[in-house]
Ligand binder design. Structure first.
Ligand code: CA
Ligand code: CA
Length: 252
């Protein structure tokens, strides 16, 4: 009896190493072997089933977990600027961080009462001023350097994020285009090759986003937040973080 108990205690104390894709076992079974539009359709069904939508207020707390600075648990990492800033500085004032919609609400439109408006897979902390500088610009290369956001560039109609998150941004956008297909009176979000400033459910530029995906492969920060969103909040995953090879199948 004591031996059994000791064995159980030893088991309980053994740290469980979590491989990157531990939680997705079986998750993508319905998509295996498919390509093109059929793959996109299967992925849409998978990532739209059994999900939980957050309130916009709850997004504040969730971002403090999903985007925590791995080297300082009191801070979050701001997506474009790369700055580590106190979790407590969430708000709307100068020097605060707020909730950046990587897929802008006007490229729908949708708002913060709608599921895409609170979808953690494309919401990231960013400095209030830099967030408003990005505004609803499409993604493209080029422009002038952005103050206090090293590596970012912007011009009148586009935004180029720093190199370390170019792929992260692309994969967030790819997720949105597959997740939202015009159901429940929501817009069918899709990629295009234009810089439109919104007014349509389209976001560009597709060839640039594909190149960014290739150039900046999936990293540990993305994998970690994908797991947290799946396990703790929305119970759905970003397929393009788990299977980067599907990007070309669906969008190439
Ligand atoms: Ca990256
Ligand atoms: Ca779509």
């Amino acid at each position: 009896m004591l031996t059994v108990l000791a064995g159980l205690l030893a088991l309980a104390a053994t740290p469980v190493a979590a491989p990157a894709a531990a939680s997705d076992a079986g998750y993508y079974d319905a998509a295996r072997g498919l390509s093109g539009a059929r793959l996109k359709g299967a992925l849409h069904d998978i990532i739209s089933t059994g999900t939980t939508a957050l309130s916009y207020r709850k997004v504040w707390d969730a971002l403090k977990v999903t985007d925590e600075d791995p080297s300082n648990p009191a801070n979050v990492i701001l997506v474009y600027s790369g700055t580590s800033r106190s979790k407590a500085r969430n708000g709307g004032g100068r020097g605060d961080w707020n909730r950046e919609h990587v897929w802008p609400q006007s490229h729908g439109p949708f708002d913060t009462r709608d599921t895409p408006g609170t979808d953690l897979h494309h919401l990231r902390p960013e400095d209030v001023t830099i967030n408003s500088g990005r505004g609803n610009k499409d993604f493209d290369n080029g422009g002038a350097p952005v103050a206090r956001a090293p590596g970012n560039r912007s011009d009148a109609d586009s935004w180029e994020p720093r190199d370390a998150v170019k792929g992260d941004v692309a994969r967030m956008v790819f997720y949105m285009a597959v997740r939202y297909e015009g159901e429940s009176r929501l817009p069918d979000l899709e990629l295009d090759d234009a810089t439109t400033h919104g007014g349509t459910p389209l976001l560009g530029r597709r060839p640039v986003l594909l190149a960014w995906h290739d150039r900046d492969p999936v990293d540990a920060f993305e994998r970690r937040r994908n797991e947290i969103i799946f396990e703790r909040y929305q119970h759905n995953r970003n397929p393009f973080i788990d299977h980067p090879e599907w990007v070309d199948e669906v969008f190439g």
